[in-house]
Design a protein around this ligand. Structure first.
Ligand SMILES: [Cu+2]
Length: 253
């Protein structure tokens, strides 16, 4: 019979202390979960609202996984830190061939990926429906060029503007293109970011639900003055929008 030798203390898996650190870190990360969405600013469309909800859920769901990695890392760094002039002790408890750890890790990450995939599909579904609204969308042609955006309203006698004006509560279809290099049309608070490709037209739809002034930016590095390639989107009431269409100078700011 083989003699049973007890493992030295430092070779036993320190499950309990790691679980405690994991629980504390998970709790802290869950408290942190709503912050990224808040930093993204107030949502001005249902699209942006869904993006913010998704960011919060994804941060929350990844909290226990990140906490586990950090818990093992922190425990190892402090508990098995090498001190003094003695040679370092042997390597720590091996997890490489541990079937239980392997199974838990694989099942955990598998289920998590599946949840994220289903979530993504559920969020995309209403967006696809919104792209084909019952009411005709307002069409805006968006053109990017080094280093400015310009907007044309083809249904309003090809009216031109360097600021974007949109009526609140109505679906807008942007037909996005570029005159020179690849830009990215980014309506920050409305949750739209779509590439502007030369020679191609890409359509993106959104329904602004907040009256206010928001940012329009370029999100692709497109040359020397890329960071100046920004303007404003004014989401206004329908009456103000019609007034602007008639007399742009009176309501533009
Ligand atoms: Cu650009």
């Amino acid at each position: 019979m083989k003699p049973v030798r007890a493992r030295p203390a430092w070779r036993r898996p320190p499950i309990f202390p790691i679980l405690v650190i994991w629980a504390v870190l998970t709790l802290l990360l869950l408290l942190f979960a709503p912050i990224p969405a808040r930093l993204m600013g107030q949502a001005a469309s249902p699209t942006m609202q869904e993006i913010e909800t998704t960011v919060t859920w994804f941060t929350g769901l990844s909290a226990p996984v990140a906490a586990l990695v950090w818990a093992i890392l922190l425990y190892s760094a402090f508990r098995w830190r090498h001190r003094g002039s003695e040679p370092p002790m042997e390597d720590g408890y091996p997890l490489r061939d541990n079937r239980r750890v392997f199974t838990v890790w694989l099942l955990g990450s598998g289920v998590l990926c599946l949840v994220l995939l289903v979530w993504g599909l559920v969020v995309i579904a209403p967006r696809t429906a919104e792209a084909n609204p019952a009411q005709e969308p307002i069409v805006v042609d968006v053109t990017g060029q080094q280093w400015a955006w310009s907007f044309t309203y083809p249904d309003e006698g090809n009216k031109d503007s360097s600021d974007l004006y949109l009526p609140v509560g109505q679906t807008v279809a942007f037909r996005v293109t570029s005159k020179d290099v690849v830009h990215s049309f980014w309506l920050v608070q409305l949750g739209i970011k779509v590439d502007a490709n030369p020679g191609e037209t890409t359509v993106a739809t959104v329904r602004p639900t907040q009256i206010g002034t928001f940012q329009v930016r370029c999100a692709d590095l497109c040359g020397l003055y890329h960071s100046y390639m920004q303007t404003t989107v004014h989401v206004v009431s329908e009456a103000d929008f019609n007034a602007w269409l008639q007399h742009p100078a009176e309501t533009s700011s």
